[in-house]
Design a protein. Sequence first.
Length: 320
Amino acid sequence: MVDHLLGIEGLSKTDIYRYLDAAHSFVEVSERDIKKVPTLRGKTIVHVFFEPSTRTLASFDIAGKRLSADTINVSASSSSVKKGETLLDTVRTLESMNPDVLVIRHSESGAARFASQYLTRSSVVNAGDGSHEHPTQALLDLLTLRQHFSSMKRGIEGLKVGFVGDVRHSRVARSNVWAHLALGNEVRLIGPTTLVPSDFAGVFGGGVTIEHDLAAGLKGLDVVVCLRMQLERQDEHFVPNLDEYSKEYCVSERLLKDLAPSSVVLHPGPMNRGTEISGEVADGPRSLIRRQVNNGVAVRMAVLYLLARTVESHETGVVA
Ligand code: NCD
């Protein structure tokens, strides 16, 4: 049976650590002079991106190449999608060429799962589906936190984690919240009522706290995750305007210094400096943002490896 990575919801703590442990061993490969291992030689990975992407697409592509797989990128703007081909027809056409893994990004929630139900031979990785999930982003965020907190002799359990901003439309927040709940962490969702509706906790079956006041929400956090306003997914006005929004919800060093002095800050990118995060925080010592981008490659190597490995590479270990 082929395996997929469609979301974090439903993964156990053991599943999450399995990905993180594999990613940990791939971090070192990217630090070598020759950044390539033969682990997925002869495997084919197709990236099908129906939405724009810089980091995610580049790091999946680099990850596949560092594992010696053959990779190709199909983007909506240059493919038959432009000519009206449906997701299903596109995916089935690509599967006829026998790829081992299809990495899919799509604006519709549920697109990756939908595709996986029709594919018989290829694994599907969800690289972001609408406002639903972005599992590899959550895993790279956790890897980044694990590196940081292990250097302080702490693990990634027992943390207080807050998500600030457009939680409603953020697939990054959803995947991360599921992950932190699986790890037993305290989760706070912070933002205006339009972007963090009071009944939103129900989405996660309880277990999260909602806070509409930024200062109250930040108080005592270990981790602050800033989220971009997802204007492309908003079909109505959720905030009066971005200036008003930033006055109330921009995460600044002045606030963090007082309310969460030892916190670290994550942002999945792309960032809007001065809207959801100040430049001072983004470039300051508590920012792990560059490390996140760097870890994107190792996490995607781990995911591709765990889904597409052959019996032999499994037996000889992760990194050849
Ligand atoms: C995120 C995404 O596409 O969901 N970006 C990313 O993958 N690095 C977040 C965003 O677009 O705001």
